[in-house]
Design a protein around this ligand. Structure first.
Ligand code: CTP
Ligand code: CA
Length: 226
């Protein structure tokens, strides 16, 4: 562990991580969600805790064990996640948004189960708030890392998100690639920092990728402290 803490030194730092999908309810027995399993966010939380950080993990519904030493906060909807994350953001040193947040939610949530009837049924959806973009606006000294899940032109879309959301770095995943994206134990990624540094990470486990991301971030953060 001492060796590890030399490469990833986050001792005493407050790290805020989001993970998993969100669920957007339409009635008591139905919701919209996505295939995120939370593995990437949990790997980040585990590796950050290992490096001596004080870790808060805000997670959507997943079936994973809480890593040792991590403070876990469970949420369901994008709105719940928004509120929890904004509460913790002001005190954080490093923030990593790996959750797959719903972009839309049903405009109306019904109190009672909808009964089926013949013919088609359309659900009207409205936009959720973009948590990461809001953090980018409120950012002071926090080092802010976003994720981008893309299926085409990952680098271009990823760079646009880095700019638009005022991030310090972005982890771009081509989720159409073999061994990458939702549910897998591995990822293939491109890591771009605002300072111009660019790293391609070949196929590796999510824990290995987490370690790489934290290494880069902690180095950049200690450069700033000096
Ligand atoms: N994100 C967020 N709040 C949302 C939507 C996304 O905080 N309501 C964050 C994700 O956690 C991720 C980043 O924004 O860190 C990028 O998510 P992604 O879905 O790739 O991009 P979007 O900005 O939502 O754009 P699009 O889905 O149209 O590609
Ligand atoms: Ca999205």
């Amino acid at each position: 562990e001492d060796e590890y803490r030399k490469t990833v030194s986050l001792k005493g730092k407050k790290v805020l991580i989001t993970a998993g999908p969100t669920q957007e309810k339409i009635d008591p027995v139905r919701y919209f969600t996505n295939p995120s399993t939370g593995k990437m966010g949990f790997a980040l939380a585990r590796q950050a805790a290992r490096s001596g950080a004080e870790v808060t993990l805000v997670t959507g519904p997943v079936s994973l064990h809480t890593p040792k030493g991590v403070k876990r906060i469970d949420v369901v909807s994008a709105q719940d996640m928004y509120e929890e994350v904004l509460k913790h953001f002001p005190h954080a040193d490093l923030v990593i948004k790996s959750a797959a947040v719903a972009d839309y939610r049903p405009k109306e949530t019904f109190l009672h189960k909808m009964k089926k009837s013949p013919g088609e049924y359309a659900v009207e959806m409205e936009r959720t708030d973009d948590i990461l973009q809001e953090l980018g606006k409120r950012k002071e000294s926090q080092y802010l890392i976003g994720f981008a899940a893309e299926t085409n032109d990952p680098e271009q879309y990823g760079r646009e998100k880095l700019e638009k959301k005022n991030l310090d770095a972005i982890v771009i995943n081509n989720v159409a690639e073999e061994g990458a994206g939702f549910g897998t134990d591995t990822n293939v990624s491109l890591f771009i920092q605002r300072n111009g540094s660019e790293k391609t990470y070949p196929l590796m486990t999510k824990d290995q990728l987490a370690e790489q991301i934290l290494k880069e971030a902690s180095q950049e953060m200690s450069g700033r402290d000096r």
